[in-house]
Design a binder for this molecule. Sequence first.
Ligand code: AG3
Length: 279
Amino acid sequence: MDLWYTEKHSDNVGITMKTTGTLFSGKSEFQQLDIIDTLEYGKMMLLDGLVMVTERDEFVYHDMIAHPALFVHPEPKQVLVIGGGDGGSIREIMKHKGVELATLCEIDGLVIEKSIELLPSMACEIDGSNPRVKLHVDDGLAYIREHQNEFDIILVDSTDPIGPAVGLFEEDFYRLVFGALKEDGIMVAQSESPFYHAEIQKNMYKNLRAVFPIVEMYQAFIPTYPSGFWSFAFASKKYHPVKDFDRERAASRDFYTKYYNEDLHLGAFMLPTFAKENI
Ligand code: AG3
């Protein structure tokens, strides 16, 4: 018997993958968590039935949520990730040796626990082995309310705006993020698909522009997310992601990135017309 998993991207379209079995399935206080094995994309983690990461294409998402801000900010030392319990974003942040401390604030301890157990290639830096990483199992809003003016960079590594992530797309939350950043801080948030989520994006970018002086969208190709055409919001107090980008510094990085590079950094901020219309 063949087993296939489908995430529906709209009422009439979805992505379907042949699977070889379920590694974990359970419900936390917040959501349904499933980790399944697929033939084409390796292990895949789902929250409430939505694809969060697969072993094969997570490098795109995690390179692109982390490196653009880390190469635009001249000296990032304190970095916070909200969400991101799989550890992929923290793994990329740790490649920047100047970062003194990366804090992970994930609401769902089960996601962290099962990622350490079943997705070690992503969770390698959140398993307690790295003294430059601190974990908090807490609501992101509650956490930043108590940590104002502390971070150079905040990455919002969330799921879609349903369930526990709804609040992470609202203006009140962005005001708290603004306050939690230092005076030249940068926030990056995953911002859904320009192709499928125009209304969510319009609302999210309006909320961001109400708070941050600099707000730009950039894009990445992520095969397992709706339409494959995915985006991130770059919201900043001082630095512009293109005008203040130090190409030489990015080009002379001392670590490998399978997706990100100094040319792509600039290209990612060039958007098709229909995507520009959402911001
Ligand atoms: N963040 C998930 C992005 C949303 C995917 N949406 C979907 N499949 N409908 C991923 C977290 C990775 N650290």
